[in-house]
Design a protein around this ligand. Sequence first.
Ligand code: MN
Length: 202
Amino acid sequence: MFTVPQLPYGYDALEPHFDAKTMEIHHTKHHQTYVDKLNAALKDAPELLQKDVEALLRDFENVPEAVKTAVKNHGGGHANHSLFWTILSATPSEPSEALASAITKLCGNLETFKEHFTNAAVNHFGSGWAWLVANQDQSLEIISLPNQDSPLLQGRIPIMGLDVWEHAYYLKYQNKRPEYLMAFWNVLNWAEVSRRFEAIQR
Ligand code: MN
């Protein structure tokens, strides 16, 4: 069975940028629902329930047709949120030297990178996520994907993801998605993003 991972910080840890109520509902209701629905959908496929959710998404072509949609939506929701919690932190950090150099190569400098990533998130129509992904040739790319589609479905590795579903920001920011995006940079755990980036360089 899949379970929601505990947050590595309290619900109020990211105040005032991400408010406690949103964090609590997001974690205990939204993420929990993806996990519950994934478990329910796979109840007759115990071998899939034992897999790591990221492995399940990477191997999507071998997921039985009957549960493909559930794995894409709820498995994606579980994997995406599990990553999201880890790349948030109340403790400021900076990109590692290796990541900073890759970002410079991609966008020229960190400020432009933030601008491009923010644009991908602002301009994404409807629900979805903005992503920094590593392609199969290890090149980095900023993309947005709809709904809970995981980059893993496309053979890409998610390095950093930002949830732009309204449930991620509506209580505090209402329709002002750009303000939520500005707040994101204040709570981004660059140390963890750097660790994820360096893990795929090996
Ligand atoms: Mn969410």
